[in-house]
Design a protein around this ligand. Sequence first.
Ligand code: RFL
Ligand code: PHB
Length: 394
Amino acid sequence: MTHTHKTQVCIIGSGPSGLLLAQLLAQAGIDTIVLDRQDRSYIEGRIRAGVLEQGTVTALEEAGVADRLHAEGLSHSGFDLAFDGTRHRIDLAGLTGKSVMVYGQTEVTKDLFDARTAQGQTFFFNVEDVVPTDLKSDQPSVRFRQNGEDHVITCDYIAGCDGFRGVSRAAIPADVLRTFERVYPFGWLGILVEKPPVSDELIYANHARGFALASMRSETRSRYYIQCDVDDKLADWSDGRFWEEFATRLGPDTAANLQTGASFEKSIAPLRSFVAEPMRYGNLFLAGDAAHIVPPTGAKGLNLAVADIRLLSRALIAHYREGSDHHLGAYSETVLRRVWKVERFSWQLSTLMHQFPENSPFEKKMQRAEFDYIASSEAASKAIAENYVGLPLE
Ligand code: RFL
Ligand code: PHB
């Protein structure tokens, strides 16, 4: 027997993109069903982003889920770029009048889950064999299995918010979809530790042994990363080896403040730039990591996902409230213009701050010259600051 369901917008994926879309649509009285191949506790436990742009904070305020963010988030008015131990502060507030908020993706997800659950959202977790179909018809549907039973959801629109490895993007015919990709020849090894951060602000460091990032989740919890080989295994990296490498890359002056301890989370992530075009096919709309990936160096992935959702939710609301499909029609083109600018920034900062195995001595000199230029030029620092705090939505 197949269980049948009906909704206005079926949302595949309950990461930050899917949850925020469900929340913004619910506020406008639009009915949604959300499905995910994982369950809530798994999704909340994924340690990922940590830095929110002001536009992201505004979106979470509009969604009515920003109380804890304002109580517990840390406002940062700058961050440091460091090269072989020399530090240069990017004064976000002075250069742009804006700041960013340090608040973990785990917390954003929890706040959204709490709000959706309190308001009676229909979720299907642990789903399998998800297939979006009839995308070109005015009644598309999503088929899936849960606990050995078949389900089908018919809807007006499908939102593909199922991340880089989801099924939504793959449902767009190959002769329609174009993809653009750069895979970087290294990964990031990240740890969480219950120790105060080495510095009040984030430090992105390029050292001859590789990149390092000092970030945080709170005044007592630090999130640190180092560039590692793509093929490295977690077993290769004891805490002791991590701390030694991290301290070396930060340089002795900064490392003098470093408090080390036992890590309670450790993971390796590959680095990739990726864009899929278009972000709409028939009545399927892609948003977030389902359509694009940035390397984490500029802290843009989650922010880009939220920007997509702001535009997609507005377009869907205009359709249901005003009968206007203009914004739905413009969605892919409008979003992609901004996506490419953010891809450029993330790629540029990644290229500047990492050690590339293939780099010649000339290219290493170019990296150093670019850092020296940024450190000596307000215009160059401002260009970084304006991207870091977030480009306008359009
Ligand atoms: P997600 O979070 O991947 O959620 C997708 C959801 O879809 C589900 N799913 C499916 N559901 C049903 N059927 C299927 N077939 C499905 N396939 C997948 C998955 O289970 C999942 O729940 O995508 P979303 O919502 O678009 O959100 C994107 C963000 O998660 C991502 O861009 C950021 O985490 C990237 N990122 C950062 N972004 C920032 O803005 N600032 C940062 O500081 C930052 N740091 C990071 C990051 C990502 C990292 N990693 C590990 C990738 C640091 C790291 C280390
Ligand atoms: C993090 O805290 O996880 C983080 C911060 C800044 C980045 C990437 C990740 O650019």
